[in-house]
Design a protein around this ligand. Structure first.
Ligand code: GRF
Length: 201
């Protein structure tokens, strides 16, 4: 069985989309562990509802980012995942984690990378009066939001859009895209050597 680990820091709606897709056999795999750095992440509640193993590793308990990452690596090593999905995980990974799971970590980012890496992407889109916005799923490497792109989805931006309306529409395409991409890892259509660039619109 294809083993998936999901890392979250907050709401966890993308996690829930993955849980649904596993339950419905859209993803031929299982979510074996959910890890959060935030003890209050709602994503943990979502996972518990489905009796998925959860682990809180609070970054505040660690002196350095490397020590925090090492604790995550140790937990992940226990379940030996095939794929690690960062789904709203708000910590920047260090080489400790990236090298331990080389080419096995993917992230979902709310912008059309390479545009707007980092935080506050919806705000930047509105401030710059962009006419389009979107989502990128990419491999994680040492460069923040800079790894190889796997899939992108685009939405139009209207003059009436607000942070909230953009967030809602971005979430809507994320919940389709992320399960689809993970399902392709699970069935072997995508792997590190074979990335199929997908454009959702
Ligand atoms: C998503 O918009 C994702 O792109 C970004 O963080 C958000 C997480 O949302 N990395 P949720 O916690 O899955 O609801």
């Amino acid at each position: 069985m294809f083993k998936i680990a999901v890392l979250v820091s907050g709401n966890g709606s993308n996690l829930e989309a993955l849980i649904d897709a596993c339950k419905n056999d859209v993803i031929k795999g299982s979510i074996d562990i959910v890890i959060s750095n935030n003890p209050n992440a709602f994503g943990i509640e979502r996972a518990k509802k489905y009796s998925i193993k959860c682990k809180i590793i609070d970054n505040k308990r660690f002196q350095t980012r490397e020590e925090f990452d090492q604790a995550i690596v140790e937990e992940l090593n226990n379940c030996d995942p095939d794929l690690i999905v960062l789904a709203g995980f708000m910590r920047i990974l260090t080489p400790v984690m990236i090298h331990a799971f080389k080419n096995k970590i993917i992230n979902i980012h709310p912008s059309l990378l390479p545009k707007y890496p980092g935080l506050n992407t919806h705000k930047s889109v509105i401030e710059n009066q962009d006419s389009s916005h979107g989502v990128t799923i990419h491999f994680v490497n040492e460069v923040l939001d800079g790894g190889k792109i796997i899939a992108q989805g685009e939405i139009s931006v209207y003059s009436s859009d607000t942070l909230e309306s953009l967030k809602t529409r971005i979430h809507a395409i994320e919940h389709v895209m992320l399960p689809m991409v993970v399902s392709k890892f699970a069935d072997g259509t995508i792997n590190t050597k074979k990335v199929i660039y997908e454009k959702f619109k």
